[in-house]
Design a binder for this molecule. Structure first.
Ligand code: SER
Length: 282
């Protein structure tokens, strides 16, 4: 499947689920001094995630051109680029986890036709210091979906990537709880690194297993968030519901969804070859 076909299918799928298709914003952000370049689909939407009314409604989708330099040390491997396109959909206080997770599973597994046997997911283990609980709802939704696709769906608690590489994965495990370093998303990173006024939330990510041999340079055992190249992150559902204040974390006016999936990576998964440079997009 070509990159253009995946992009079209996604936008059409989200449109059929009530989303307005909005254009990709400029790569140099407008009226936003926080970063030099637009680094995610959510960036031009921050005012609306903070509660402003968007003229196109509460369900939005697009394919956003992004530039990220924070991964610069990893650029040159098979899956990191500075420039990429991010498929995105947003709920501005409209739907939440129980709609997003089944939709996105349908998009990856039915529309793109990825192999459910190679599909792995993660959920946020919670963060006591930020007052954010463990995301059992996301894990349970994934269990139901994976069961429908006839694949095993045991849940494992991994915690940090370091703990995960010591423990590894056991047979049948498909849903993995990680800490904030892996399963919390904000433009600034983990809750402790966020400046006052920044928004963020726990997330649930999707990974594709290319089945390559684990490289112990990256830790004793492999696990979905391992960087050895066996697994590649192909999408991220952020449950954007917190803002950092002087007093700590508070809830945003509404529970939002911020989904982003790298188009080049989804195309690589559809090719069943983890090298984004072998997709027609590059
Ligand atoms: N903002 C999240 C990301 O960039 C999901 O869209 O990964």
């Amino acid at each position: 499947m070509s990159g253009a076909e995946i992009r079209d299918k996604y936008l059409q799928f989200m449109k059929n689920n009530g989303h307005a298709i909005i254009p990709s914003a400029a790569l140099v952000p407008e009226n936003d001094p926080t970063t030099l370049f637009t680094g995610s689909g959510m960036q031009p939407l921050v005012p609306y995630l903070l509660g402003e009314t968007h003229p196109k409604g509460t369900r939005l989708t697009n394919s956003q051109k992004c530039f990220r330099a924070e991964d610069i040390e990893e650029v040159g491997d098979s899956s990191h680029t500075t420039f990429f396109e991010m498929l995105g959909n947003w709920s501005l206080g409209d739907y939440f986890k129980k709609e997003q997770i089944p939709w996105i599973a349908e998009f990856y597994l039915k529309e793109v036709g990825l192999d459910p046997k190679k599909f792995y997911v993660t959920a946020f283990i919670g963060d006591a210091s930020a007052g954010v609980p463990k995301d059992t709802e996301a894990a349970e939704l994934w269990q139901e979906i994976l069961a429908k696709y006839g694949v095993s769906n045991s849940v494992a608690e991994l915690g940090s990537a370091e703990e995960a590489s010591k423990r590894g994965m056991k047979d049948g495990e498909r849903i993995f709880y990680y800490d904030a370093a892996e399963n919390w998303w904000s433009r600034a990173g983990t809750p402790d690194k966020m400046p006052v006024g920044e928004i963020g939330g726990g997330d649930s990510e999707m990974f594709y297993d290319f089945g390559t041999e684990h490289d112990t340079k990256f830790g004793e055992h492999c696990h979905p968030a391992c960087d050895c190249g066996r697994f590649m992150e192909i999408g991220n559902n952020v449950f954007m519901e917190y803002i950092k204040t002087e007093k700590g974390f508070e809830k945003l006016p509404a529970q939002n969804v911020d989904f982003g999936g790298g188009l080049e990576r989804i195309a690589a998964a559809a090719n069943n070859d983890g090298d984004v440079y072998k997709t027609d997009l590059l």
